[in-house]
Design a protein around this ligand. Structure first.
Ligand code: 5AD
Ligand code: FES
Length: 369
């Protein structure tokens, strides 16, 4: 008898938690807001049915906005040189073991040509903060690509630059800019970056980019050292305030040769839950299933899509240099040619019932969902 009562009580507690998590998920979806305690409950629940409800809710919202379309962006990694010393990044200037390379203008144009033939209509040019790619050189590259491919979007991801530089690159033909805020807590930011880098400057850069007219992406790593529920809550509230067009999140992965090399990797499960929450908070957002997610789990990118992501970024960089763009250890897609990565990505997406699209895939704030 006593056993019976105890197991009933246990059942009631589980049922209560389950129902309250479902209510929280509906509440986030309906209000596009979240409280700190709701975030904690969603990140900590072990109830499979609640996680499944989070997943299906986020996917429903993504599908209402974008159907079963997944946008493909071609990633070109311009340079593994970086003047910064971010504590988490394998390309930090103090990592003397990092192999450094730069693509020539011609190599970049070759990547675009190959990418265009493969159907890409967005080129993402990403690199460390490398003074070699100054405004003169970068504007020349952007305007050449713009002239050759007037139907393509040009996305830059080159870190912090001056407002004048962002303006010049925009005038040369760039449309979008990715600059992860990394964390919305100034104290946390200071523990991830050297003293000469400033949280305020990062935020100022993001607002400058938006004012100039770029479609802007912010974002953060999941499970970075010293991250807490409170810093994550600040990240989500920053996204709500800033209203970026894109949000890039992926798990932190330790990088050999950095001060964080022995820190544990971020969790795939937490990353998926946060992807879903971001989709519910900001339905029209362009949300990539990142390479970092694919690195920690063989089906990481597919899972990302199932939890609300709608962008993938296959690598178009020349194969000789791929392994040297080593921001973290064991990065996938370093041995494949551009065409192989593209075909692989498309196959993976088709297998889970989605369709890759090759148009520019611009942000559309007026989507009905
Ligand atoms: N693990 C995961 N992501 C990382 N990044 C940098 N280093 C790592 C790492 N060790 C992310 C940062 C940066 C983006 C280009 O890659 O968020 O903004
Ligand atoms: Fe690059 Fe699969 S996506 S090999």
């Amino acid at each position: 008898m006593l056993t019976q009562v105890n197991s009933d009580q246990r059942f009631d507690k589980l049922t209560f938690n389950f129902l309250s998590t479902l209510n929280i998920i509906d509440h986030i979806r309906n209000t596009r807001d979240i409280t700190r305690d709701e975030l904690e409950q969603i990140l900590e629940t072990e109830d499979k049915a609640s996680i499944e409800y989070l997943r299906s809710s986020a996917r429903e919202v993504a599908t209402a906005a974008y159907g079963n379309k997944i946008f493909m962006r071609g990633l070109i990694e311009l340079s593994s040189h970086c003047k910064n010393d971010c504590l988490y990044c394998g390309l930090r200037r103090s990592n003397s073991a990092a192999v450094r390379y730069r693509l020539s203008d011609e190599q970049i144009y070759d990547c675009c040509e190959q990418g265009y033939k493969l159907g890409f209509r967005t080129f993402v040019m990403q690199g460390g903060e490398d003074g070699w790619f100054d405004d003169k050189r970068m504007c020349r590259i952007v305007s050449t690509v713009r002239q050759h491919y007037p139907d393509c979007a040009i996305t830059l991801s080159l870190g912090e630059r001056s407002r004048e530089s962002y303006q010049a690159l925009f005038d040369a033909g760039a449309n979008r800019y990715l600059l992860r805020h990394e964390t919305a807590s100034p104290e946390h930011y200071a523990r991830l970056h050297p003293a000469e880098m400033s949280f305020q400057n990062r935020i100022d850069c993001l607002y400058a980019l938006k004012e100039i007219g770029y479609q802007v992406g912010c974002g953060f790593m999941v499970g970075s050292p010293y991250q807490t529920i409170d810093t994550l809550y600040a990240d989500l509230q920053f996204i709500r305030t800033f209203q970026p067009q894109m949000v890039g999140i992926g798990p932190f992965i330790s990088a050999t040769g950095t001060p964080f090399q022995d820190q544990p990797n971020g969790k795939v499960g937490t990353t998926l839950r946060l992807l879903a929450i971001i989709r519910l908070l900001h339905p029209p957002v362009l949300l990539p299933a990142t390479t970092a997610l694919g690195t920690l789990h063989p089906q990481g990118r597919e899972l990302g899509i199932q939890f609300g992501a709608n962008v993938v970024m296959p690598n178009l960089s020349p194969r000789d240099h791929r392994k040297d763009y080593a921001i973290y250890d064991n990065k996938i897609c370093t041995g494949e040619e551009a065409a192989e990565c593209r075909a692989c990505t498309e196959g993976r997406i088709r297998k889970i019932g989605y369709e890759t699209v090759v148009d520019r895939g611009d942000f559309n704030p007026n989507l009905e969902y």
